[in-house]
Design a protein around this ligand. Structure first.
Ligand code: BV8
Length: 255
């Protein structure tokens, strides 16, 4: 199936998209997979195969072995620095220009939605390109090269950590509040490229569903959300989203 036009979408879905006034989109690591960034649960292949993400992305993991956790983030930063947004990211950026209200809530920390041109992006789990002092929790811009691993805060000498939300840590209040507010107002809620197991992000589709929004899941695999979705489109985001844009809004790919 290599021609998007042959990818048939349900007429009711197309009609709902054309009538939508407000589309909220939850994304996970799967939308960045086609940019060459291993998904959160795939990342544990290769040299990180012996570690679980929950172990590395946690305060306990960082306290136990700060250098290991810092190196894992440096490895991911390098992959992300060599990655570019893919057609899935660009399709969502174009959607923002066509529909009166479109907002993205991402669990990803790679910044690719913003790079693709999306303006309204809430980063639920922070951003891997930022660092903060693990003691003061203030952002640290300058890291002196040749520093220890992890580098130390220039002010208090505590270890520096990536400015991301680890397991067991609370999400930024403003981010989760905005995510809940938009999920409770949208007409259509997309859940794209997420295994739908990490909370509180995984509860957002249900906030939308409970107020009557249409739930559209895009994922090659089934997830715990699938039985509750109005439409489950099994396939990759980089293929389905441009195809959906084309069929719903006669949109030509342009990026
Ligand atoms: C919190 C940042 C309050 C760091 C991450 C309620 C119920 C149950 C558990 C909990 C709960 N409340 C809290 C918890 C515990 C925990 C949790 O949910 N655990 C899970 C594992 C059960 N949640 C928390 O700790 C959260 N904090 O709730 O605070 C609190 C405070 C104190 C004590 C208790 C509670 C914090 C969660 C945030 C953790 N940080 N990331 C970093 O990135 O390093 S989460 C991490 O998982 C990533 O951000 C990732 O985005 C996220 C979810 O993973 P996915 O994005 O879904 O990626 P995954 O690899 O899993 O799946 C990829 C999917 O893509 C697959 O389905 C695949 O099929 C699909 N795919 C592949 N290719 C494609 C594709 N799809 C489309 N196209 C393709 N081409």
């Amino acid at each position: 199936m290599n021609n998007p036009d042959k990818f048939l979408f349900n007429n009711e879905l197309i009609k709902a998209l054309r009538n939508a006034r407000w589309i909220t989109i939850l994304t996970g690591a799967g939308i960045s997979a086609e940019s060459g960034i291993p998904t959160f649960r795939d990342a544990q292949r290769g040299l990180w195969a012996n570690y679980s993400p929950e172990e590395l992305a946690s305060p306990e993991g960082f306290a136990r072995n700060p250098e290991l956790v810092w190196n894992w983030y440096e490895w991911r930063r390098k992959i992300i620095s060599e990655s570019r947004p893919n057609p899935g990211h660009y399709a969502l950026a174009r959607m923002e220009k066509i529909i009166p209200q479109v907002n993205i809530i991402t669990q990803n920390v790679d910044g690719l939605h913003q790079l693709a041109g999306s303006l309204d992006v809430v980063e639920l789990h922070g951003n891997i390109h930022r660092n903060r002092c693990s003691s003061e929790n203030t952002l640290v811009d300058e890291i002196l090269n040749g520093e220890s691993k992890p580098p130390r805060c220039p002010r208090c000498k505590a270890f520096i950590r990536p400015d991301v939300v680890w397991f067991g840590e609370s999400l930024p209040a403003a981010s989760i509040e905005r995510a809940i507010e938009t999920s409770s107002k949208c007409d259509v809620f997309f859940s794209i490229g997420t295994s739908s197991v990490v909370y509180p992000a995984a509860s957002l589709p249900f906030v939308a569903r409970n107020q009557g929004a249409i739930i559209v899941e895009i994922n090659p695999a089934s997830t715990p959300l699938s039985p509750y979705s109005t439409y489950t489109l099994h396939g990759s985001a980089g293929f389905i989203l441009p195809a959906l844009m084309k069929v719903a809004w006669q949109e030509e790919e342009s990026h």
